[in-house]
Ligand binder design. Structure first.
Ligand SMILES: Nc1nc2c(ncn2[C@@H]2O[C@H](COP(=O)(O)OP(=O)(O)OP(=O)(O)O)[C@@H](O)[C@H]2O)c(=O)[nH]1
Length: 521
């Protein structure tokens, strides 16, 4: 179908008037517009007012400001106030789609817009550089297990530096998206592999554990590793555990060497014993042979003088055999004594090995219990308190201004201060009390069978003792103090809640000026 040639607005207007006249229709604005639109080919039957009114009504159904805008627009339409309608629409657009200050092509850029443009392009440059660095170095080093992704990351990073056209930029964006998808797949794979490995490791440990005697040194080490891999694994906790285990393994290695030496000594003594025994048997055997020889000589003897020399022979042989037996007996007694000593030494070494296993529960620097030991002790004390209905208090101690001590006198001195504190606490507390390192310069003291008033007195006594036992650094006296929060365990209260309350009390002690003890609510 051939298209009607385009008419100018003036021609259309003229033709519209002619049509109204031909059709004998009164030239009202509505009739004129209908005729005009019909000739212009825009006779869809939909009127702009209808569309705008429907739009306003639609807005009134929305909540909040948009709904209110709809009401205002509807009012403007009802009063045919199109100026007001237009202003409302302008305000709406400005509020929700603020102008981006675009400058029409060919016009001069206002000075502040120009500055903003320069700022923006500087930011873009910085962003581009940072992103390229992340891709070339950081991401690439994280993806070491996937060489193809390392290469892609580096290539994209380099391409990004020179992607100045829109097409180049789109290409880089597409490749980054693709790579991010591949990384996602890869990390899922790695996570699955790690989980499988962990499960295998756990199975292996369970099996070894089942084969070991309860309470043996190896058994306690395996429990430590099992606990470690069931909890959330962080780099620090792994490093801590590795350090502790390495130390224990080294010490156990030393002991095991000594132990095998002792076992060799015992074996040698056994050999001596057996040697002496067989020597004795052969001496007795010889004696028997000699006696048999003598008995033949006696039966063949013709006179008494022959018998006399046989008798002398018998006496000498008997004496030799007796001497040999005595010597063997003495040697065997010696060997037995040596054997007993070696046995005692082996037992002592073995019990030292058991103690080594317990080191896994000890804080290597201060000799107090570590977190693991603390958890076990606290659990045990909570059970005891519950079972025997006895009071249990705990105290959280935190050294005051410890950072300043480190900063002023060095980290090594800080370490010595921690050891000093633990020694003072151990010397001041009762036998049944326990101190554990809670972390950094914070310690937890367990006070079983202790009422809160008594607990406050004990911790205050520790404070006094600490100020009395002056800490010397070179020739300088350093005043070491701590703040503490004491909590009395309520019936049925769990460990975490109890510690939390002690922590809140400690926080209050710090806020109230430090070097004081506060009892938790
Ligand atoms: N020497 C040494 N310092 C440690 C150890 N563990 C943690 N620290 C330091 O302890 C300091 C604790 O500092 P903050 O938490 O600010 O506490 P603070 O200086 O005692 O301040 P207050 O608790 O408010 O009195 C940090 O500087 C840690 O580095 C450690 O084993 N040895």
């Amino acid at each position: 179908m051939s298209k009607k040639p385009a008419q100018s607005p003036v021609d259309i207007a003229r033709e519209a008037f002619q049509q109204l006249a031909t059709r004998r229709v009164a030239p009202t604005p509505e009739a004129y517009r209908e005729a005009y639109e019909e000739i212009a080919g825009n006779n869809s039957g939909v009127k702009p007012e209808t569309v705008l009114a429907a739009f306003a009504v639609h807005l009134t159904q929305q909540p909040g400001d948009i709904g209110k805008l709809g009401q205002r627009l509807s009012t403007s339409i009802d009063s045919s106030n199109w100026k007001e309608y237009s202003e409302e629409l302008d305000n709406f657009v400005e509020q929700y789609f603020p102008s981006r200050n675009l400058v029409p092509h060919g016009e001069l850029v206002p000075i502040d817009l120009e500055r903003q443009f320069i700022r923006d392009s500087k930011k873009e440059k910085m962003l581009r550089e940072v992103l390229a660095r992340v891709l070339i170095f950081n991401l690439a080093s994280l993806l070491q297990d996937a060489p193809d992704l390392v290469l892609e990351s580096k290539t994209i990073g380099n391409d990004l530096k020179t992607a100045f056209s829109e097409q180049a930029m789109n290409d880089v964006i597409g490749r980054i998206k693709q790579m991010s998808f591949q990384i996602e797949l890869k990390s899922e794979d790695i996570a699955q592999q790690q989980e499988l490995l962990m499960r295998l490791f756990q199975l292996l440990l369970e099996n070894i554990h089942g084969l070991l005697e309860k309470g043996s040194w190896l058994s306690s080490q395996i429990t430590a590793v099992q606990e470690l891999i069931t909890g959330p694994i962080s780099k620090t906790s792994l490093a801590d555990a590795t350090k502790t285990l390495k130390e224990v393994i080294y010490k156990q290695g030393l002991l095991k060497n000594t132990l095998s030496e002792e076992k060799v000594t015992a074996k040698n003594l056994m050999l001596t014993f057996v040697d002496r025994l067989s020597a004795m048997v052969s001496t007795t055997d010889n004696y028997h042979k000699t006696i048999t020889g003598f008995s033949q000589q006696i039966s063949q003897a013709s006179d008494i003088s022959d018998l006399n020399s046989v008798l002398t022979g018998i006496m000498n042989a008997t004496k030799d055999a007796q001497d040999e037996a005595l010597r063997s007996r003495d040697e065997m007694i010696n060997a037995r004594q040596e054997m007993q000593k070696a046995e005692a030494r082996i037992q002592a070494l073995e019990s030292q090995l058991v103690h080594m296993g317990e080191l896994v529960r000890e804080d290597q620097l201060t000799g107090s219990l570590n977190r693991r030991g603390m958890d076990e002790s606290l659990e045990r004390e909570v059970i005891n308190a519950e079972r025997r209905s006895t009071p249990l208090c705990i105290a959280l101690l935190d050294l005051d201004d410890f950072k300043r001590i480190n900063d002023t006198h060095g980290h090594a001195t800080g370490d010595e201060v921690l050891v000093h504190l633990v020694n003072v606490v151990k010397d001041t507390l009762r036998k049944l009390d326990v101190i554990a390192r809670f972390g950094g310069e914070e310690f937890l003291v367990l006070l079983p069978e202790t009422e809160p008033t008594e607990a406050m007195q004990i911790i205050t006594r520790v404070q006094r003792e600490l100020t009395k036992r002056i800490f010397m650094h070179n020739t300088q006296r350093l005043l070491i103090t701590f703040s503490a929060g004491v909590a009395y365990r309520a019936a049925g209260e769990g460990q975490a809640d109890l510690i939390k309350r002690a922590d809140v009390a400690l926080y209050k002690a710090k806020n109230a000026g430090k070097n004081r003890v506060v009892l938790a609510d």
